[in-house]
Design a protein around this ligand. Sequence first.
Ligand code: FAQ
Length: 319
Amino acid sequence: MGTAVSAEPERARAEDFERTIAADERIEPRDWMPDAYRATLIRQIAQHAHSEIIGMQPEANWITRAPSLRRKAILIAKVQDEAGHGLYLYGAAETLGASRAELLGKLHTGRHKYSSIFNYPTLTWADVGAIGWLVDGAAITNQVPLCRCSYGPYARAMVRICKEESFHQRQGYELLHTLARGTGAQRAMAQDAVDRWWWPSLMMFGPPDDASPRTAQSMAWKIKRHTNDELRQRFVDICVPQAEALGLTLPDRDLRWNEERGHWDFGAVDWDEFRAVLSGGGPCNEQRLDQRRRAHEEGAWVREAAAAYAAKHPAGADR
Ligand code: FAQ
């Protein structure tokens, strides 16, 4: 009897959840949700937030060496935007009951992943352009569908993030466009950057569909709207004509228009490299995490001062 009484509201709440998902409406923080849905969102949003703040490092490497004041100002603004994206995303994860301190702890101890792409080095100024064009381009392709994610706070954070990412993508494209029309050495630098960033950008979409353990359930919950391979293909289709317009080549001999499919065929991604980077063996994994931990430790006094200020001035007290 006792079980029947407590199981009934539980079943009704689960049905309500399923109805909301089926109707393409949003789940909000106070709504009931299955534990696994909550855990999946915390995992994905946290990995995304970590990627934004770790992703500040490769580009920040070029702030002091940007070739003009205008380029420096643009780059500083972009890197600041990435910090803001991290903030919105940690905020969205907090609505699910995961504190920022706990999530950062998991990043710093290697228990949480961040995007594989940020474990590659930025060797030349052209890398800033290649990151904007390809990495932000891949991020937008992946993230625009997340604006329709079933979890309200994540979907709303993504709307603003995508607007900013689209500005980032254009600045990268414009930077490469300038280099591609510059001296022979500048053109060669742009081409070299595209050669190095192309394949890692394709890896950003995650493993192929037949090796992606999370996709089926995340699509059933309408967290993901497309599979990893669908989005990877969309990205390739967008990039090929853009590369042509830039006058740069993509480093893939198998790129060929497939009339029947209406898409570009492309070569095999090196999934061994992807797995190696994910398990800590990329060129910069160690450097990125060391730098992140150091920044966190050096920022301790700022967090303490902010907490002391907040304790003295409770929200709304001075209004
Ligand atoms: N790197 O079954 P799936 C940016 C993990 S933001 C590392 O396919 P899922 C902006 C995956 O988490 C870039 N790990 O998993 C910017 C899972 O791990 P787990 C970040 C990866 O979740 C630009 C396991 O492999 N964007 O760039 C990667 O359904 C410039 C199995 O994979 C987001 O996070 C990878 N590439 O699909 C900032 C977008 N791929 O937890 C600065 C939101 C997969 O089971 C400068 N996230 N994994 O141990 C997503 O859309 C999804 O989580 C996917 C993966 C598509 C990344």
